[in-house]
Write a protein that binds this ligand. Structure first.
Ligand code: CP
Ligand code: NVA
Length: 331
């Protein structure tokens, strides 16, 4: 998330509360502060409780949805969310708008900026979303790239906060791949002061760059992040057990190798049986039953997977409202 904040004068600062939601874009969650995230969660909470109160807040505004990979949740929740706020959305699929093929990202970004008020982009390379953001004069939301999935983290942490009434010192165990979902979750957890215990197979840890950043953030916030290669170690004391697919979009060629390497990292009855009795089960979906998670785990009474999916809608509506109603113009 990059921001363009102007430093308020002393006089103005005394009159005005600090500006939250001052995001330029939502690209990774890297630059979000705990206050930014809490503000989004509070707004999402109000919007979930009373959606009618917000039904014309984005009247006449439009959202471009430019996707290079398939999507169900992200696409539908943004389209429905925008419509519930009184605005409209335009979906562009990879066939219609292959980034950099029919035309360059910088041209698409500048044209969409003349028609629309914000864009959600789902790309393979994270560099493409960054390039989009450089050329776009409207807010750019990363709807999943190879490196990050920040909108997923908003819903994940909102769900945990909703269930446990706080995020402080809540222990989330993430079992599986050190992928885009985990990278954004690491930033989010580190910022809000929760704890994340990660278990990946050797060689599938989160990137060095993300881990370096996280080390600095946890020094400020007191969040505890631990990495291991043992799922049973990770779930000790967990309030939530979270997993994602072993083969992300774009990694299909590695499928056979990954299925072998990840076998001991399945969220199943053995894992749930060893986790604390009140631990909830999370998955960002789509789920591959029999791979990273079993049918019993998805359908378990403590599975909150479908609430987590629902919360994509509420948190993204809060995000859209925040980004599209900022007073500050982007530079
Ligand atoms: N969780 C998620 O982003 O789902 P989709 O890929 O269906 O959008
Ligand atoms: N890690 C997965 C998340 C899907 C929502 C992928 O990138 O395919």
């Amino acid at each position: 998330m990059s921001k363009s904040r102007t430093k308020p004068t002393k006089k103005a600062a005394a009159k005005k509360a600090p500006e939250l939601f001052a995001f330029k874009d939502l690209l990774s969650l890297k630059e979000a502060t705990a206050a930014d995230l809490e503000a989004i969660f509070k707004l999402a909470e109000r919007m979930k409780k009373d959606p009618e109160a917000y039904q014309s807040k984005l009247k006449g505004r439009s959202l471009a949805i430019l996707f290079q990979k398939p999507s169900m949740r992200t696409r539908v929740s943004f389209q429905v969310g925008m419509s519930q706020l009184g605005g409209s959305s335009v979906y562009m699929d990879p066939q219609e708008m292959p980034l950099g093929q029919r035309e360059s990202i910088k041209d698409i970004a500048r044209v969409l900026s003349r028609y629309c008020d914000a864009v959600v982009a789902r790309t393979y390379s994270h560099g493409d979303v960054e390039e989009f953001s450089r050329w776009s004069s409207i807010p750019v939301i990363n709807g999943l790239s190879d490196l990050y999935h920040p909108c997923q983290t908003l819903a994940d942490l909102f769900t945990v906060r909703e269930i446990f009434k706080t995020l402080q010192k809540i222990n989330i165990a993430y079992i599986g791949d050190g992928n885009n979902v985990l990278s954004s979750l690491l930033y989010g957890v580190a910022r809000v002061g929760a704890n994340l215990s990660v278990a990946t197979p050797r060689g599938y840890e989160p990137s060095e760059e993300v881990l370096r950043d996280i080390k600095l953030i946890v020094k400020e916030t007191g969040a505890k992040i631990t990495l291991s290669n043992n799922p049973f170690t990770a779930i000790k004391n967990a309030h939530a057990v979270y997993t994602d697919v072993w083969v992300s979009m774009g990694q299909e060629k590695q499928r056979d190798q990954r299925l072998r390497d990840f076998q001991p990292f399945q969220v199943n009855s053995a894992i749930i049986g060893k986790a604390p009795k009140d631990a909830v089960i999370m998955h960002c979906l789509p789920a591959h039953r029999g791979e990273e998670i079993t049918e019993e785990a998805i359908e378990h009474p403590r599975s909150v997977i479908f609430t987590q999916a629902e919360n994509r809608l509420h948190t993204q509506k809060a995000l859209l409202l925040s980004l599209l109603t900022r007073k500050q113009k982007r530079g």
